[in-house]
Write a protein that binds this ligand. Structure first.
Ligand SMILES: *Cc1c(COP(=O)(O)O)cnc(C)c1O
Length: 359
């Protein structure tokens, strides 16, 4: 007996999706990006599942790397934002973690540190995101300084695309031109491709791909039916159950502030799922859901612990299964109804939701 709100993670689907990503550039390496608890899928479980096949892992910060090392993961781990305080360098050094270096503070901290063994640096070039990294001229100075340090074992050129998910954007090629020109003066292995570039920009493949969202079975491209999506298997299914049913009349309002008013006799189901579980409160009237596999819609506002769905004409009794996204309903179809993207749906699942692992 328990509240039915459940997130089911299909680890075999994630392994399949990693193979899809890897097959785009089989001679190169692919880091599985498992930051933010593997986009809400569970970083330790995902890392164990992928450890035999993945070339390495990428996370956002040392806490996420420590969690993996403590769980026995021994493959390379890249800190995509590097370290935040100099005391992290000791751990980075002892546990063979590759660190991004994106600013002068990090550069100087390495220069000042006494390290037990040399470290591997992913030196970040700002090619247009204007978020982290050195501009092209600063980059060359930073590269020369690191190159001269005996405590730096290798340097990898790291940059990030702003618009690789938009096949029509000219910005991707501009970014490629910038890093190629920098790399002529600063020869090193290179890493640029996120999921979108892994799938659609072979000119950006180079030495290390960094697929994230596609590992979880969600295409980074718009439209829920693209050829990339067709190769992927959704890994996360969010589900719950109908806990109350009401037969309402035309004119009856549903939920907070009565944002839905029935225009005809309507059978309304209340479902144990709310924004405190991670289902977005922004979901508009009409957002698709599946009840016992039948497609219907959310009506009325999502509240903290519940939401309401239209059961009119459906085969659905108390306890009926409700799927919010997953195997049978793509997160990419639901996300626009909530003014968001699949990434925030996946990372937003809260602690209250039961977790089940498959595979
Ligand atoms: C999150 C992240 C990725 C993965 O991006 P996806 O769009 O999920 O594939 C790659 N590189 C960096 C630097 C990131 O922060």
């Amino acid at each position: 007996m328990a509240r039915a709100a459940t997130v089911t993670i299909d680890l075999d689907a994630i392994a399949h999706n990693y193979r899809v990503a890897k097959s785009r550039a089989p001679q190169q390496k692919a880091l599985a990006v498992i930051k933010a608890n593997a986009y809400g899928h569970g970083a330790v479980a995902v890392a164990h599942k992928l450890e035999a096949q993945a070339d390495g892992f990428a996370v956002a910060c040392i806490e996420e790397a420590i969690e993996l090392r403590e769980a026995g993961i021994s493959k390379p781990i890249v800190l995509l934002e590097g370290f935040f305080t100099a005391d992290e360098l000791d751990y980075i050094c002892r546990h063979n973690i590759y660190t991004a270096v994106h600013n002068e503070f990090q550069l100087q901290a390495i220069a000042d540190a006494s390290l037990a063994q040399p470290i591997n640096v992913w030196l970040k070039l700002d090619t247009g995101m204007h978020r982290l990294g050195f501009g092209p001229e600063e980059y060359k100075h930073a590269y020369q300084r690191l190159k001269a340090m005996a405590k730096v074992n290798s340097i990898t050129l790291l940059s990030h695309f702003t618009s690789a998910d938009d096949p029509d954007s000219p910005v991707t090629q501009q970014q490629i031109d910038i890093y190629n020109s920098v790399n002529r003066d600063c020869p090193s292995p290179m890493s640029f491709a996120n999921s979108a570039a892994t799938m659609r920009h072979s000119a950006a493949h180079h030495d290390w791909q960094r697929p994230g969202i596609i590992l979880y079975g969600s295409s980074p491209f718009k439209g829920d039916n693209d050829e990339v999506q067709a190769q992927l298997k959704p890994a996360m299914t969010l589900s719950s159950e109908v806990i109350a049913i009401h037969e309402l009349q035309a004119g009856d309002a549903v939920g907070y502030n009565g944002t839905w008013v029935c225009d005809k006799p309507t059978r309304v189901g209340t479902v144990a799922m709310g924004y405190a579980d991670g289902y977005p409160r922004q979901a508009k009237n009409g957002t698709p859901v599946l009840v016992n596999g039948q497609r219907t819609r959310i009506i009325g506002r999502v509240s903290m612990d519940m939401l309401t769905v239209d059961l009119t004409g459906l085969d659905a009794e108390l306890g009926a299964n409700v799927e919010f996204w997953g195997e049978n309903l793509l997160a990419n179809e639901v996300a626009p109804w909530c003014d968001t993207i699949s990434y925030t749906l996946f990372t937003g699942i809260s602690r209250r939701v039961h977790r089940k692992l498959k595979g």
